[in-house]
Design a protein around this ligand. Structure first.
Ligand code: BGC
Length: 771
């Protein structure tokens, strides 16, 4: 697809309304605040193709599994993020003619996502049949400062006539999910209520009884003066609204302010929902649009203060990285440990908005470095709270002990139903263990291990203990019938990454046990009792670590992705006729599985996670072998390759991979942006800048940087929070500046040399020292 969005450092700008691109734009221009989110659907009715999407975090539907052949162990349902009450709707009619951009002539159209301020605006001129023209200027946001509130300012100006505008702001709960397995509607009406100034709609899900109450109010101003209008109540099934008419002469601007509060039974008792919604709405109305807007600007200024990346000299790269950071910040804000990060966030339905290993493997580093550590901690607590369900899942699959976390979940239960993923893609357990290490290593919050960490680690270790099998003839442990991160191989034996992350989990769990025994003896005893952990188990873990089998090729001195990998045809991707790519759209699944082509980092994922344990030569040999076979058909792939390429000094490759990840959605690389944006891979993009070009690592409690300028930028800078300090690292043409924007001093190592950066001061290091 030809890129159609204008380049701008802070805004995503679309000029010209192109209906065939509208669903892509609906994804890209989505707005959210961690609590709720909204695709960039129009406020007024639109009869053209559109994917309506208004989502409430944590509100989902257990849609009955649909599968050809049932296999024992499959989950009963697939959890769907729910398209919920449309609270943005404002129908407009001009002298009785409805405004619908699918039927009007549209000119001077612009749609702008202002990432600095967190607003979505749209302006256009619409000409109706018969020649009447109006100008519309609309802006809306979901408030970062008041999570339940959304606000819209919608201005209409007749351009060439005096007439009557009819405005109908409404709430409509009669909505559907496009991906519903049985075309079913998931919401039923509970109540409708009209107050003096507001209208409320309560709906509930057919299963699980999630209740959502939306309350709305509106105000109208003409030429800057508030006007009091006669309103008519409009009521339908799952629908409430107000209709009002206003006379407007040519060039008189009529502004409709619409405010909505959305509250759910996740946070309020059923009997309190309407009052909670009304209270939130009242306070928003008292504040008024301008105050809400100022709060929004301030809340986003705070987010950018902590997470911005500035790239000088390359506006496409600047826009892209800000877009990635913006989406991450509006998807997860971290106050609520029941929430997580869906691969599409609030931008679409695909992947059900559920939690995947993406969170631990890709997203955690972003939140660790750009927000208070309590936010990343909440991501860990989320899994801690699901431990019992993960144990149940392991029992369901026939394991006597241990925990197998789900590949896809909303509430801790597995809801993915393809056998090769549900039952076999067990490496996800390793990522959950690794996240605990990553968090403690980064933050120094070692108390976490005794409080929550060990229980999760021990149960995951028990799972690995039972999942491996001992082959007496070889005196080695093997792991058969798995799917590694590379989903273009199924049911393989001894996926190197899975074997490695399993053994690593056992090692780390033993290390944590030693630490607790020595440093927190009473908590250690308590936990041993609670877990009923025996000496026999820990000895077995040691034996598995010592005798784990790792497929290896002596000739090439590389780790083998799995047994038998070298028997495949190893023709590199670049020698394939490009008509075959992407493989997943051109080849049968059978052909993909037989080929050597790799969907996403697999062996390299292991070398990334456990980077400290492998020398550069090992990384180089494996990268040189696997990169040419990798098709990067998962959005999660290029970032890992980019980071390792940086470490190896393959700068061009690193930059090529970076570009592929950073503008994935803006340029619709994979031809699927209309389904929603690839939110979790956006954290990978962030890692490619900070871990890749910035060379950031935390070792022995020291933040280490090994930055270089990829050569296309005048300079770039990024922010990282580290153990109480907030640092801004600027990589220029000749030097690196580490500025401490906080009052807490920080120890950093740049190119291998330690520096103390005192509060509110900086250090400057010449590039000549580059390692
Ligand atoms: C990837 C998985 C990932 C999922 C959700 C798949 O295409 O192969 O690794 O967890 O997408 O992002």
């Amino acid at each position: 697809m030809k890129p159609y969005l204008k380049l701008d450092p802070w805004n995503i700008v679309e000029e010209d309304f192109q209906p065939h691109l509208h669903e892509i734009s609906e994804s890209i221009f989505s707005i959210g605040n961690g609590y709720m989110g909204q695709r960039a659907n129009f406020e007024e009715s639109y009869s053209g193709p559109s994917l309506q999407g208004s989502y409430m975090a944590g509100v989902y539907y257990p849609d009955k599994t649909r599968v050809g052949w049932w296999k024992n162990g499959y989950p009963e349902y697939f959890a769907k993020v729910l398209n919920s009450t449309n609270w943005i709707g404002i129908d407009i009619a001009v002298d009785g003619q409805p405004l619908d951009l699918a039927s009007c002539k549209v000119t001077d159209f612009t749609r702008v996502l202002n990432m600095k301020e967190g607003t979505l605006s749209r302006a256009f001129t619409a000409e109706f049949e018969g020649g009447k023209k109006i100008r519309v200027d609309a802006i809306r946001f979901v408030s970062m400062a008041r999570q339940e509130i959304g606000a819209i300012r919608y201005a209409v100006t007749p351009l060439n006539f005096d007439g009557i505008l009819t405005v109908t702001p409404y709430l409509d709960g009669d909505v559907q999910n496009r991906d519903a397995n049985y075309d079913e509607k998931f919401w039923v009406e509970v109540a409708k209520e009209f107050g003096e100034r507001d209208a409320a709609l309560t709906v509930k899900t057919k299963k699980l009884d999630f209740h959502l109450t939306s309350v709305m109010a509106f105000e109208v101003a003409k030429n800057g003066e508030a006007v009091k209008l006669e309103t008519e109540q409009v009521e339908k099934e799952k629908y409430v609204g107000f209709r009002a008419q206003i006379e407007a002469a040519a060039n008189e601007q009529v502004v409709v302010y619409k405010y909505a509060a959305n509250v759910t039974s996740r946070d309020h008792g059923l009997g309190q929902l309407i009052e909670a919604g009304r209270a939130a709405l009242r306070s928003a109305l008292e504040a008024g649009f301008e105050t809400l807007y100022r709060e929004q600007v301030q809340a986003w200024a705070d987010k950018w203060r902590d997470s911005d990346i500035v790239i000088e000299g390359d506006v496409a790269a600047q826009q892209a990285i800000r877009f990635n950071i913006f989406q991450l910040n509006q998807t997860y804000t971290g106050e609520d440990d029941r929430l997580n990060i869906g691969p599409k966030g609030f931008t679409g339905e695909k992947y059900g908005g559920s939690t995947y290993w993406d969170t631990e493997a890709y997203c955690l580093p972003f939140y660790l470095s750009t927000a208070d550590s309590s936010i990343a901690r909440n991501l860990l607590i989320y899994r801690y709270k699901h431990l019992e369900k993960a144990k149940e899942n392991a029992r369901k699959l026939g394991f006597a002990k241990g925990a197998l976390y789900p590949m896809v979940t909303m509430n801790g239960e597995e809801c993915h139903n393809e056998w090769e993923i549900t039952f076999e893609e067990i490496h996800r357990n390793g990522a959950i263990a690794y996240a605990i290490y990553n968090y403690v290593n980064y933050t120094g919050d070692i108390d976490y291990l005794g409080q929550y960490g060990l229980e999760v680690l021990a149960e995951i270790s028990r799972f690995w203990e039972e999942r491996v099998n001992y082959v007496a003839a070889k005196d080695q442990y093997m792991m058969l019938g798995v799917t590694g991160p590379n989903e273009y191989e199924n049911n393989v034996n001894n996926n190197w990454y899975t074997n490695r992350i399993a053994a690593w989990t056992l090692e780390y769990t033993l290390e944590v046990l030693d630490y607790l025994r020595e440093n927190e003896p009473s908590r250690y005893r308590e936990l041993i009792d609670k877990l009923e952990l025996t000496e026999a188990e820990t000895s077995k873990w040691k034996d598995i670590i010592a005798k784990m089998y790792y497929p290896f090729d002596d000739e090439r001195q590389i780790f083998l992705q799995q047994d038998g990998f070298l028997d495949k045809d190893l023709t590199p991707v670049k020698e394939l006729d490009p008509v075959h790519l992407p493989l997943n759209q051109n080849w049968s699944w059978d052909r993909i599985l037989r080929s050597a082509y790799i969907k996403q980092a697999d062996v390299l994922q292991g070398l990334f996670f456990l980077g400290d344990r492998y020398d550069l030569e090992t990384k180089k040999r494996n990268f040189d072998f696997y990169e040419p076979l990798t098709v990067h058909e998962s959005s999660l792939s290029p970032c890992v390759h980019s980071i390792i390429a940086c470490e190896l000094g393959y700068r061009e490759k690193a930059y090529e991979m970076y570009l592929r990840t950073s503008r994935l959605d803006l340029d619709n690389y994979n031809n699927d942006t209309e389904d929603g944006c690839h939110i979790t891979s956006m954290a990978g993009t962030w890692m490619s800048v900070v871990y890749g070009f910035g060379g950031l690592k935390v070792q022995d409690g020291v933040l280490r940087l090994n930055p270089f300028n990829p050569g296309h930028w005048t300079s770039f800078s990024f922010k990282v929070m580290f153990r109480g300090s907030r640092l801004k690292v600027t990589v220029g043409e000749h030097d690196v500046i580490v500025a401490n924007e906080s009052e807490t001093a920080a120890e950093v190592s740049v190119y291998g040399k330690k520096h103390t950066v005192h509060g509110l001061s900086h250090v400057k290091i010449e590039h000549a020292l580059q390692g």
